[in-house]
Design a protein around this ligand. Structure first.
Ligand SMILES: NC(=O)c1ccc[n+]([C@@H]2O[C@H](COP(=O)([O-])OP(=O)(O)OC[C@H]3O[C@@H](n4cnc5c(N)ncnc54)[C@H](OP(=O)(O)O)[C@@H]3O)[C@@H](O)[C@H]2O)c1
Length: 271
């Protein structure tokens, strides 16, 4: 299945998606990328991708439309595209945070198959973790197409509802920032104890990578892995007990709840 695809707003996230597609052998001439200025699309034209500043024109020739503009711009970008979407009836995939499928469908004239996707920043290096959610108009073949497109950026899993996409936002969408914060705090603590910033940073980053690789490769859950490497009365145990005493799990839960609350608020503001 190699449908023609229009990427509306060829910014970071769209480039991550079609960059992965091209790497994996997707024909460049089946992809159209749009933007506000044609100069910003020159590098894509050089790779054989069709480029235009005319969003409607891009959709006219496409079976799939990926909406990649910023959430605040989505309504203004979508409404002028209602006519061409109603004629063409493409599969719509939106990567925009906080914009409901219902709003997208309404702005695009109604009754369209819409898949919402919540990607994350590591998609930019093909190490993404994305979740997808489909409205009732999306059939199995279209689900497969959406999954194949997003899988070019890394992991792509389905969730059952848009409410669950808010939980995904709190987990994997914003998750990279939480891990950066943990790395930052560990580096700061080590530096305050006398390590150089460079040594502390290199050790912290490699530790994060190593822990992620083990957690993915082993059958054990993260909780089991943690217990396995926490010897009674050892150094790791002392740190874990100190974290737990300070309410570590509760702090994470509260932060993720604050994230979910903000997603719900943004959805109300943006549509
Ligand atoms: N980056 C992430 O890690 C991430 C994670 C999760 C979700 N997302 C979602 O992905 C979407 C895009 O984010 P991004 O980081 O890729 O933003 P971005 O780099 O700013 O990309 C948006 C692109 O849309 C273009 N654009 C603006 N108005 C347009 C119009 N009328 N017609 C065509 N193109 C237009 C912009 O062009 P100009 O440069 O000329 O303005 C820009 O290239 C957002 O909705 C965001 O919620 C991103």
């Amino acid at each position: 299945m190699q449908p023609t695809i229009a990427f509306i707003g060829a910014g970071n996230m769209c480039r991550a998606i079609f960059g992965g597609m091209l790497k994996n052998g997707y024909p460049a001439d089946k992809i159209t990328a749009t933007g506000r200025s044609i100069e910003k699309l020159d590098d894509l034209a050089a790779q054989g991708i069709n480029v235009t500043t005319d969003n409607a024109q891009a959709i006219k020739n496409s079976q799939v439309v990926v909406l990649g503009v910023k959430p605040q711009m989505m309504q203004a970008v979508c409404e002028p595209l209602a006519q061409v979407c109603q004629q063409q009836q493409p599969l719509i995939i939106s990567v925009a945070a906080g914009i409901s499928a219902q709003s997208l469908e309404a702005w695009l004239g109604g009754n369209l198959p819409v898949v919402r996707c919540m990607p994350n920043t590591p998609s930019l290096v093909q190490e993404g973790a994305s979740a997808l959610c489909a409205n009732t108009q999306v059939d199995q073949k279209q689900k497969d197409i959406a999954q194949q497109i997003i899988a070019n950026t890394g992991l792509a899993l389905w969730v059952d509802s848009e409410a669950q996409l808010n939980v995904v936002t709190a987990l994997s969408g914003s998750g990279p920032a939480y891990f950066f914060l943990l790395m930052e705090s560990m580096i700061d603590a080590a530096v305050s104890q006398g390590l150089s910033t460079q040594v502390a940073t290199e050790l912290a980053l490699q530790t994060a990578r190593g822990a992620a690789v083990i957690a993915q490769e082993e059958q054990d859950s993260p909780a089991q892995l943690r217990r396995k490497i926490t010897s009674p009365k050892g150094t790791t145990e002392q740190a874990i007990l100190s974290f737990q005493g300070a309410g570590f799990a509760q702090i994470i839960k509260q932060g993720m709840q604050a994230n979910i609350d903000r997603s719900e608020q943004l959805s109300l503001e943006l549509g």
